[in-house]
Design a protein around this ligand. Structure first.
Ligand code: TXA
Ligand code: MG
Length: 321
């Protein structure tokens, strides 16, 4: 079973020995291994049960260090990195040969991120290699935002979980690259789209492509709970399900229903704050999924700010196949 602790030296030792360690970031927990060691990278795919055509994000702690792994950084992307790193931003950049092809699934771009979480930053500073890390969940399931989430699902497969508390952003990083000279967003995430457009102008959004084998994080069904998950108007869904008599749970932004049955109800943010809602999303979804309900009823958020990224996850959670 994994040890859970805050010992950076210990985490470093495991990583230097080619083992995997779960690391906290402000977005979600990552399942990390030495990005330059093909054996460690292969272990990541195996541990997550992730198909090898789904590339990994490489994490490091300074823009200077990135120079060793990537070619020239286009101006708009450099601007984004300089403004939002460390933070919930991932850039797709031209890959140098030092990054194993397994990391990028043979693509010629590598995804790079400088996370902000202080424990992980200290760890990255102490290491002389970058860390490849996908979210620390079994492939296709809800991403972990607490050390205990990782322990529950991967605890018997890895030696150490670096416990950095609960993730303050709670949604995976926003993934941005250039395509045909245009700044393109490939995954909506914890960095608000408005902040990106304020800095670099209008962007192309490709994150709704339903099936792109090069980036399964963008697959239609992903981040999926194991219970049936229905997205719609709660004012209609709740009375309908009450009649059917199937045990259900409710995930709303701020609504609460007065019910005479004990259905679990989670409000992502009672005050309607979308940043708070993003922070709570995966944790509440997990709690509902692990409760006794057969069905989870949820509603979309307003399509603004982080609401767009939350809705992206909710739609994928609801998608079949
Ligand atoms: O917030 C995050 O991004 C977290 C933390 C741990 O950093 N990581 C994360 O990794 O969410 P993962 O592997 O669960 O999702 C990364 C997404 C995948 O959908 C993958 O297909 C895409 O990034 N990706 C990675 N490298 C890529 C590349 N070279 N080209 C296109 N897409 C890429
Ligand atoms: Mg993931």
């Amino acid at each position: 079973m994994a040890i859970i602790g805050q010992d950076i030296e210990k985490a470093k030792e495991f990583l230097e020995a080619g083992q995997l360690v779960a690391i906290p970031t402000e977005t979600v927990y990552g399942l990390a291994g030495n990005a330059l060691d093909v054996g460690a990278v292969a272990k990541i795919f195996e541990t997550k049960n992730r198909p090898s055509f789904d590339p990994l994000i490489v994490h490091t702690d300074s823009i200077e260090k990135i120079g060793a792994f990537v070619g020239e950084i286009p101006d708009p992307l450099r601007k984004l990195g300089e403004n939002f790193w460390p933070g919930p931003l991932t850039l797709l950049l031209e890959k140098k040969a030092i990054i194993p092809d397994l990391v990028t699934a043979g693509l010629n771009r590598v995804a790079v991120r400088l996370p902000r979480h202080s424990l992980t930053r200290s760890l990255l500073e102490a290491l002389d290699f970058p860390l490849a890390a996908p979210s620390a969940n079994p492939f296709g399931y809800i991403s972990p935002t607490r050390a205990t989430h990782v322990e529950k699902q991967l605890g018997d497969k890895i030696p150490y979980i670096l416990d950095g508390g609960s993730c303050v952003v709670g949604l995976e990083s926003t993934i941005v690259g250039m395509e045909d000279g245009k700044v393109t967003v490939y995954r909506l995430g914890g960095l608000d789209l408005n902040q990106i457009t304020e800095l670099v102008g209008e962007v192309e959004i490709k994150s709704h492509s339903s099936s792109n084998p090069a980036a399964p994080g963008l697959l239609k069904s992903h981040y999926a709970p194991s219970k049936e998950f229905v997205l719609g108007n709660l004012d209609e869904l709740v009375p309908e399900m009450l009649q059917r008599g199937k045990p259900f749970g409710v995930l709303s932004l701020s609504k609460r229903f007065t019910l005479d049955c004990p259905a679990p109800q989670f409000q992502l943010s009672p005050s309607g704050d979308l940043v708070e809602a993003a922070r709570n999303l995966f944790d509440y979804l997990r709690q509902l999924d692990q409760s006794g309900v057969e069905l989870i009823l949820a509603e979309l958020m307003p399509e603004k700010g982080l609401g767009r990224a939350i809705n992206d996850r909710l739609r994928r959670a609801a998608a079949k196949g």
